[in-house]
Design a protein around this ligand. Structure first.
Ligand code: 13P
Length: 210
């Protein structure tokens, strides 16, 4: 896929996520790795109305080299790309149910959502930690995100929302959607004792689907 096709795909995914309520107002940001740098959503842009020609272009060192001013969360995306060689795209949302889980102090902060369904495990993986609260746009969160992302494809920013990486833009968007569904199930099942996937079943999924 060339850069122009990637710009169009990113804008289409933004519109789709917005239309389905995964993002409201100007919340959320998306980036994709290119051979010569990164594309990123501009700061204060609505995911529902992205202009492919005005997406921010960053060089390989995350310097702004084209398009509108990038998201104030550039460092959040950079932390994922630096921590994970397999990251080809990063999606940050304020999707309601995942954000609700990020506000719960009484869940396991190292891995709040247990393996309830195969697709959550296949898309998000074995572990998804909560990173402590930082003000949106505060660059001091970068080391904490980088450390958490070393062992996880996705993290929850406390009282803020999910950050999800994937090998491709499509993978990252699908993982963000699966995470939101898993968070919804987790909240629905709170106070009950659901049957979880066993460690053997989780291993089988990760071996079979990567
Ligand atoms: P930006 O508009 O700067 O991308 O910030 C939106 C956001 O989601 C902050 O967390």
């Amino acid at each position: 896929m060339d850069e122009q096709e990637t710009r169009v795909l990113l804008s289409e995914f933004g519109a789709s996520l917005f239309a389905r309520g995964y993002s409201v107002g100007s919340a959320g940001n998306i980036s994709v790795k290119l051979p010569d740098g990164y594309l990123m959503t501009p700061t204060n842009s609505s995911l529902g109305r992205l202009d492919p020609g005005r997406l921010s272009k960053l060089d390989a060192n995350f310097n702004h080299v084209g398009g509108d001013k990038p998201s104030k969360e550039v460092f959040m995306h950079r932390a994922f790309y630096q921590a994970r060689e397999d990251a080809g795209a990063v999606v940050h949302l304020h999707s309601t149910q995942a954000t609700a889980v990020s506000c719960l102090p009484d869940v396991d902060q190292s891995n709040p959502i247990p393996p309830l369904t195969p697709y959550f495990v296949m898309r998000v993986g074995r572990r998804m930690p909560v990173v402590p609260y930082y003000r949106p746009g505060d660059p001091s969160m970068e080391p904490a995100i980088r450390a958490a992302a070393q062992g996880a494809r996705a993290v929850l920013l406390a009282n803020h929302g999910p950050v999800v990486s994937g090998k491709t833009l499509t993978d990252a968007v699908y993982a963000a959607e699966e995470l939101e569904e898993a968070a919804k199930l987790f909240l629905m099942l709170r106070g009950q004792v659901p049957r979880l996937l066993t460690a053997g079943q989780v291993d089988d999924l990760l071996t079979t689907f990567g």
